[in-house]
Design a protein around this ligand. Structure first.
Ligand code: CTP
Length: 405
């Protein structure tokens, strides 16, 4: 960490006093802090204390003439190696999640090209409110890292999650964000995600309802655990997870070609909902409904002939560069575990994750899965898709941990 710089955004919460200690702790590790103090943050700690500890001017105003003359707010947002928000209030989280910027802190957060780490601090009810939880999920999906909040007594007299992580915990999270080795360091992971689109003509295609959320969450968790991660994704509306190399494809055949060129890989997690079939011919020009150009206009319904797509999971299972741990997904609506067991054997995967997609799983935020390994079937409780990702990364690390495991 020595020689790095952190842009510390101090939001408005009683925990702001701990951020003063954080600056000192970081200084002890040779990390320089540059600070933005929000208007609300300034109600809890003074610019003078922050300036004395950082040894630098404290930035507060978005359109400060003197600050802009020395360093514009965009440059400020990129001047550090990492952006740390401590305390991260409901307001700052909500603004970043929604893409809003009406002060220096929120503008810097939107404008930065650096990894963002947040240490939330707020009343327990606020933390648990659907609005804050929505922001939290959105930010995690966008690749923001979090430390805390911790459980315990709060300044407001209530008990529960909401306390800001302690300064040394934040220092540890910063160390991690700076690339301290994770349990999968030194390993390469391939993840497929999303649907594929199989064209009928230039404007029409066959696809499915996969949102890609589970695959993106897994890729992010693997990257956070230290794996060099390549995500081969069909067309989805999701932001690329932080620290992951994203390879966008459209069809199943493109997805297979992309996966094969990513090999060799140690880990492969195939979450994509690959279209099983494609139209045998993708017309070069738009198929017309009627033969309107003839004198007797008549509607015609094209006969769609489907052919089978390659099975990417099964192909990798037979590949001469077969990944060491090959994990498939089984989206099932009936006899979930039995069908998944059969699928594992049929496709030659090492593990299979079975999920019941008869409910609101596709496109939703939560998932309830069964992990079927060579020796056991574990049924995990329902949790968010990012929690499934984190838990899976931990199980993978247990099975084939890398250098630092
Ligand atoms: N899969 C794949 N290539 C395909 C089809 C599926 O790689 N052409 C992978 C998926 O990414 C997933 C696993 O195979 O990891 C199972 O996908 P699923 O759609 O559940 O299985 P299907 O092969 O479609 O089997 P079925 O139609 O019998 O459910």
């Amino acid at each position: 960490m020595h020689g790095k710089t952190v842009l510390l955004i101090i939001g408005g919460g009683i925990a702001a006093y701990k951020s003063l200690d954080l600056i000192r702790r970081l200084g002890e590790q040779g990390v320089k802090s540059r600070a933005i103090l929000t208007a609300a943050g300034g109600a809890f700690v003074t610019p003078l204390s922050v300036a004395a500890l950082t040894g630098e001017t404290v930035h507060s105003e978005l359109f400060s003439l003197t600050d802009e003359a020395q360093m514009g707010h965009i440059a400020l947002s990129r001047s550090a190696d990492l952006v740390v928000v401590a305390p991260a209030t409901a307001d700052l989280m909500g603004k970043l999640a929604a893409g809003l910027a009406n002060d220096l802190a929120s503008t810097a957060l939107l404008a930065t090209d650096k990894q963002v780490l947040m240490a939330p601090a707020m009343n327990v009810r606020m933390w648990q409110s659907p609005g804050v939880q929505r922001s939290f999920e959105t930010l995690r999906r966008d690749g923001v890292l979090f430390v805390g909040p911790n459980d315990g007594d709060m300044a407001c007299g209530e008990l529960g999650p909401g306390r800001m992580a302690e300064p040394m915990e934040i220092v540890a999270a910063i160390e991690n964000a700076f690339g301290k080795k994770g349990p999968l360091s030194g390993l390469k992971a391939l993840v497929t995600a999303g649907p594929t689109q199989e064209p009928m003509d230039p404007v029409r295609y066959i696809a499915n309802r996969s949102s890609g959320k589970q695959g993106y969450a897994i890729a992010q968790a693997l990257a956070q655990a230290g794996a060099e991660t390549v995500l081969v994704s069909g067309p989805v509306e999701l932001a690329p997870p932080a620290g992951v190399k994203l390879w966008k494809v459209t069809t199943a055949r493109e997805m297979l070609a992309a996966c094969e060129s990513v090999l060799p890989a140690d880990i492969a997690v195939m979450t994509a909902a690959v279209a099983d079939w494609r139209p045998d011919i993708a017309a070069n020009s738009k198929l017309k409904k009627s033969t309107a150009h003839s004198s007797e206009s008549k509607n015609v319904v094209p006969l769609l002939k489907l052919v089978e797509n390659p099975d990417i999971l099964a192909t990798l299972a037979q590949h001469r560069q077969r990944p060491r741990l090959l994990i498939g997904f089984a989206a099932e609506t009936d006899n979930v575990v039995e069908n998944a067991l059969a699928k594992r054997a049929r496709k030659g995967a090492d593990w299979i994750i079975a999920n019941d997609v008869s409910g609101a799983v596709m496109g939703g935020e939560r998932n309830q899965v069964h992990l079927i390994t060579q020796n056991a079937t574990e049924s995990w409780p329902e949790m968010s898709k990012s929690e499934v990702g984190t838990k899976l990364a931990a199980r993978i690390a247990q099975a084939i941990g890398g250098q630092a495991a």
